[in-house]
Design a protein around this ligand. Sequence first.
Ligand code: SF4
Length: 321
Amino acid sequence: MKYSYSQIKTFGKCQYKWHLNYKEGLVPPPSDVMSFGKFGHKMIENVLYGRDILHDIVVGEGEFDMTEMQEIQDMLDDAQTVVELFLKTLPLSDWETVEVDGEPLIEKKLEMDLGRGTQYIGYIDWVARHKSSGQVWLWDFKFRGSFLPDWTEELDLQKPTYMKHLYDLGVEPIGTISCQIKNKAPKVPTLTKKGGLSKAKITTTWETYYQAIIDNGLDPADYEDMREKLAGNTWFQLSRSFRQPEEIDRTWNEVFLRTVDKIETQWSSDTPPPRSIDFMSCNMCQFRDICIEDLKGRDTEDLKALFNRREKQHASKDTIQ
Ligand code: SF4
């Protein structure tokens, strides 16, 4: 059996959601946010490897084989804009990639044997050394509509488990960095009926706004107040957490492995697990309709038919993402 972090996280949020998603094998269609993140990750990987930012990204082929081609192309353009904006703002040249046996730790595949015939699998985004301080950090890139506060980095479970793997490889990061990047490109301001630019506070950067002033043949002096108005709009945020080996060990043993044990038990049970019903859990749940209809005692087969199905994984020992 192979466990991904997604499965662990889903189980932690709502066991009944895990049951539908993994045990019944219902797979929701990928959201725009997920597709945007896929593009963004691939672009950052390309840049870290010193390749062209669009290397291996061909819309309509391989992992980017999606329907709605124009929408996907627009999303690709937006992803390129935000990744380039991020790279312009944060000097990655201050960092160097850590290697293990000559292999750069960029999108590094992780496979950890958990014993009992189980494995933990995933991908580590980046492990890099800050050139001037010599500190090694584990990086994770996330593309989001709005940023989580810095303190939430302390509550991240995925990166401590990846740090455990790095310790096993002889790499000892001093902590973890969450690099949150907006999943929308800065908006180009619209022209008003009078032929000027709207001064409404839109989600854009001063650079984008300034470019629109120039493109429309307007006088930058008339829009100087917008520089300050837009100054608070940021397109990325770094949140750090220093982590000691004791914290990593405790998180691994007391949170991660115990959750895996619980999932193992649930896999072999014929009784569906309990639901975590509340607004925060259920608001964004893709299985909400099925869950509610089932509670009302109604037939849910039509609703389930709207989802793709995973293979029967537990018995076949396939990877479950
Ligand atoms: S709707 Fe709520 S209780 Fe039901 S599966 Fe989703 S998260 Fe769990």
